[in-house]
Design a protein around this ligand. Structure first.
Ligand code: CP
Ligand code: NVA
Length: 319
């Protein structure tokens, strides 16, 4: 008997990277369609379950509003309320939820827990952020850059200033997949994981992206078209706050750093921001930023990714 088809999971940017041009184009179309009050009913009669172990404003809202737009419903399941919080295994939870719902978004502390859920689920699992990656965020970030630069990434340079964590990991993989040059400045002990850097460099061989790693924010920012930052203390790292605040001093996106970029340079942040730490009020509230577009694009990118999962032919029809 033939094996059932494998569900289309999104655990990493690499899971959708080959189809990024189509996904971004669909993001633009879905954004325009929504403004006209329309969205394709890709999730009609379907339920999206959201298991969240950590707080969320943007990811949860974009999933829930996106599911509603696409004609489906969402079911928010805090891990504290699930039996998961009392010791039921991830495997058993995956098997049971697969009988009730059609797709699961999972925000977890550990990447291994997200892969475990996907291993046992017979439906698609979407990584809604873990300690290794934030693939949904990066689809929205690339959509924002696609809009700003008319779909052309070649010859553009993105600087990242700050922590070599989940957001930078996914950004490295995403930039390397679309041919965008990326320069990341992280303190020495807070660099990106070598296996992620190696995977990004592997993809960059095909796309032609340059990947530069440094510990000097100014070197990274020089000549950048956009300058991205993320919090110094991620969710789950609160006990390290004092040590991290010391290590990251100087890794702030402020007007002086933006002045090192190309004319037209703008700041990016996945949010939530810790104003006064990794980014200043002046940048957040000024005109040299794409931060609020980025936040809105979480919704449109989320819908493009869900469509890619359930209607792959639509999302890849214009290759
Ligand atoms: N950027 C992001 O994932 O935000 P939330 O934590 O609010 O979902
Ligand atoms: N690096 C941050 C991203 C938040 C969206 C964290 O993991 O908390």
């Amino acid at each position: 008997m033939p094996l059932p088809p494998q569900p289309r999971h999104i655990l990493s940017v690499l899971d959708y990277a080959d189809d990024l041009p189509q996904i971004l184009r669909r993001g633009v179309e879905l954004k325009a369609e929504r403004r006209r009050g329309r969205s394709p009913p890709v999730l009609k009669g379907k339920t999206l379950a959201l298991i969240f172990e950590k707080s969320s404003t943007r990811t949860r809202t974009s999933f829930e509003v996106g599911a509603h737009d696409l004609g489906g419903q969402s079911l928010y399941l805090s891990s504290k309320d699930l039996q998961l919080g009392r010791g039921e295994t991830i495997a058993d939870t995956a098997r049971v939820l697969s009988r009730f719902v059609d797709v699961i978004g999972y925000r977890a502390y550990r990447h291994s827990d997200v892969t475990e859920l996907a291993r046992w689920a017979s439906i698609p699992v979407i990584n809604a952020l873990d300690d290794l990656e934030h693939p949904c965020q990066i689809a929205a970030d690339l959509l924002t850059l696609h809009e700003r630069w008319g779909g052309k990434f070649k010859g553009r340079r993105l600087a990242f200033i700050g922590d070599g964590n989940n957001v930078l990991h996914s950004l490295l993989l995403g930039a390397a997949s679309v041919g965008l040059d990326i320069a990341a400045a992280t303190p020495r002990d807070y660099g990106p994981r070598p296996d992620i850097v190696a995977a990004a460099r592997e993809r960059a061989k095909e796309s032609g992206s340059a990947i530069d790693l440094t510990d000097d924010p100014k070197t990274a920012a020089k000549g950048a078209d956009a300058i991205y930052t993320d919090v110094w203390v991620s969710m789950g790292e609160e006990a390290e706050a004092a040590q991290r605040e010391g290590a990251f001093k100087g890794y702030q996106v402020n007007d002086a750093l933006l002045d090192l970029g190309k004319p037209g340079v703008f700041a990016m942040h996945d949010l939530p921001a810790h104003r006064g730490q990794e980014i200043t009020d002046a940048v957040m509230d000024g005109t040299r930023q794409a931060i609020w577009d980025q936040a809105e694009n979480r919704l449109h990118a989320q819908k493009a990714l869900i469509e890619w999962i359930f209607r792959p032919a639509r999302a890849t029809s214009r290759r």
